[in-house]
Design a protein around this ligand. Structure first.
Ligand code: PLP
Length: 399
């Protein structure tokens, strides 16, 4: 079908022209004498996106999963105990990775639709008088269910108890889109990937590392090679890499970081909130429910929408794809067939959200889900226009 394909999955996200153009360059010599004049400022500016001054941001070729592995392998030893919680496919997969690396994982099972159980974390950490728990895992934004958890609250718990465990955060679908404050929240390893908030192709694991995490590396006994923090930091100090970097992607990352910093991270987060509010208004108006079980869990980057009993969410997804060229996110694992997801993160504005909502309405109508056509899109229009004052560019002509 002619026209744009709609990409409303929660990663990969839509890629800005600036990022595409920045990568449309001849391949380059990553050992050139002037390569550091490109890489050093980029690595410094990435620290602004993670909001850390004392930590480092390391860019590995890879994806978010590689970032998870880097966090674990660099700082822990086989048999170490970690505290985690599982409330969606991604929090589950990180726990699975920890187990494969020989860690002892205390994984709290949480109903899907809720997030990190801060009180439970507090109870387990308080009971851990001998400080056997070496790291606490938080999936900041569970992309499978559209649930955001409170990282700062987990830091307060650790500090309140004087517990020395490292704090590891999966920020794959939050960093560079939701509010994220690595240093203020005392995050020791923050994991992201290039294909979500950074508006890039997949291919980079972008990992924030605190000084405390680097200190833990000196006693950790897990083997690391490709994802070794030390090798990276040693060569990064001179603007180089221990092996061939994904230089073309780094060119794109430069453009992405410029765009994020130009917009301002607070504005980026506000834009995501405003767009997400429009999506949530649509879901309410359709009479459907959000998989996230309450406003405290609502994600501003992805919404998982529960289809009514008797319907298969995959039918909505397939119809949207085949008939309207619109990609929606599928329900994963426990929620397969029960939810479809709208990704609303990255390079995105109101009309792109309206495109997704319009496509969802057409697909839902085609598969017979009962709702009033235009109810959701209309609610989103109302939401956007009610908050337009807060958005730049509103022009009002006097009557
Ligand atoms: C929250 C979260 N963590 C981790 C991952 C895994 O990242 P990747 O697919 O880039 O390896 C994803 C992927 O969507 C994710 O959404």
């Amino acid at each position: 079908m002619p026209g744009f394909k709609g990409l409303a999955v929660p990663g990969p996200t839509n890629m800005p022209f600036e990022v595409r153009q920045a990568m449309d360059v001849a391949l380059e010599d990553h050992r050139a004498p002037d390569f550091p004049s490109f890489t050093k400022p980029l690595l410094e500016d990435l620290k602004k996106v993670f909001r850390t001054e004392n930590g480092h941001v390391i860019v590995f070729p890879g994806s978010g999963t590689g970032g998870w592995e880097a966090a674990i392998a660099n700082t822990l030893s086989p048999g170490d105990k970690v505290l985690a919680s599982v409330f969606g496919q991604f929090s589950y997969l990180w726990v699975d990775l920890c187990k494969r690396f020989g860690l002892e994982v205390d994984a709290i099972d949480v109903e899907w639709g809720r997030g990190v159980p801060v009180d439970e974390y507090e109870a387990r950490l308080a009971a851990d008088k001998e400080h056997k728990i070496k790291a606490v895992l938080v999936c900041h934004n569970e992309t499978a269910t559209g649930v955001t958890s409170d990282v700062a609250a987990v830091r307060r718990v650790l500090d309140g108890l004087g517990h020395p465990a490292l704090l590891f955060v999966d920020g794959v679908s939050s960093i560079a889109s939701l509010e994220f404050r690595m240093e203020e929240w005392g995050v020791d390893v923050a994991v992201s990937g290039s294909q979500k908030g950074f508006m890039m192709p997949t291919g980079l694991a972008i990992v924030g590392v605190s000084q405390k995490a680097l200190a833990a590396k000196t006693t950790a006994t897990m083997p690391t090679c490709f994802f070794d923090f030390g090798d990276m930091l040693k060569t990064n100090a001179d603007g180089y890499f221990p092996y061939t970097p994904a230089a073309t992607l780094l060119r794109g990352l430069r453009a992405s970081v410029d765009m994020l910093l130009d917009e301002g991270l607070d504005n980026v987060a506000k834009r995501h909130r405003r767009l997400a509010d429009g999506v949530r208004a649509a879901v309410d108006a359709w009479g459907l429910s959000n998989c996230a079980q309450g406003p405290e869990w609502h994600s501003d980057t992805v919404t998982a929408i529960v289809v009514p009993e008797g319907f298969d969410a995959n039918d909505v997804i397939k119809t949207a794809y085949h008939r309207y060229d619109l990609s929606l996110g599928a329900g994963l694992s426990k929620v397969a067939g029960k939810v479809f997801r709208i990704g609303h993160l990255g390079w995105l504005n109101e009309i792109m959200v309206m495109q997704a909502l319009g496509g969802v309405e057409m697909a839902m109508r085609d598969v017979g889900i009962p709702f009033e056509p235009g109810a959701g899109t209309g609610a989103a229009v109302k939401s956007f226009s009610a908050t337009a004052e807060a958005a730049p560019g509103t022009v009002k002509t006097a009557a």
